[in-house]
Design a protein. Structure first.
Length: 94
């Protein structure tokens, strides 16, 4: 894994998993979730549309797909109609 700063590491899947594991020890799981971000649709996306940067935004709390996964979402096709403001999930793409 390349060396990255703490901010970048926190948004990776491994970083999030480690934060969740640590939060169970300290009881701070809710704080981490509130501080994190998730990927949301900033406009309507029709079923079959190709996802672009213009479709994506980020919101708190971090209870959805991490912004670190945005590059993986770009270029995929939507598997369903997604309303503006809706949290994206892995099942929303094909």
């Amino acid at each position: 894994m390349p060396k990255v700063g703490m901010k970048e590491f926190a948004y990776t899947a491994k970083g999030m998993a480690m934060a969740k594991k640590e939060s169970k020890k300290t009881g701070k799981k809710m704080v981490i979730k509130k501080m994190g971000k998730k990927i949301v649709a900033i406009r309507e996306i029709k079923s079959g549309d190709m996802i672009s940067w213009e479709d994506l935004g980020y919101k708190s709390p971090g209870d959805g797909l991490s912004p670190a996964l945005a590059d993986d979402v770009i270029g995929k096709r939507s598997s369903r109609f997604i309303q503006a403001g809706e949290t994206l999930t892995v099942d929303d793409f094909r």
